[in-house]
Design a protein around this ligand. Structure first.
Ligand SMILES: [Zn+2]
Ligand SMILES: [Zn+2]
Length: 150
């Protein structure tokens, strides 16, 4: 339970972009920030952090959203669906928008972020909550380890 059967496939709403995940996720999270509320058109966004070597994508992609040099957001250019993000300088993992996956029966957000901006009624069964985001890289590492051990 809470571990997907691999590989997991997924696609954007129109099906032009297909993804495949062949490695277990590193971490799963919900983000309650106002940006994610607007981005997801919902109360919070859901992300599965995937090892880069266990992720493949086919189909045309466009960059968009609040893209900066540091944050590269990839979208389907047809349905404008958000597919994944890559952080500049981080080659080991990507942040996949979890809801594009075909099978989500395994997905539970392990941590939740930015609860200080959450909608008052929105509750997520995460084991770790952060008012904002983890402060240090060590804290993130510890969360990844805890996620693997769960
Ligand atoms: Zn699409
Ligand atoms: Zn957010």
């Amino acid at each position: 339970m809470n571990t997907p059967d691999l590989p997991i496939s997924g696609s954007c709403l129109c099906g032009s972009v297909q993804v495949q995940v062949t490695a277990p996720p590193i971490l799963t999270f919900a983000c309650h920030c106002r940006d994610c509320q607007k981005l997801s058109v919902s109360a919070y966004s859901l992300t599965a952090m995937i090892p880069a070597e266990g992720f493949s994508v086919s189909g045309k992609l466009a960059m968009g959203g609040l893209r900066t040099a540091a944050r590269q957001h990839h979208y389907c250019p047809h349905c404008m669906g958000f597919i994944f993000s890559r952080m500049e300088g981080v080659t080991s993992r990507i942040n996949l928008r979890a809801t594009i996956l075909d099978d989500l029966t395994w997905f539970v957000p392990f941590i939740e972020l930015m609860t200080e901006e959450k909608m008052p009624w929105a509750s997520v069964p995460a084991e770790h909550s952060f008012a904002r985001i983890p402060e240090t890289a060590e804290q993130v590492e510890a969360l990844m380890e805890a996620y693997q051990r769960r």
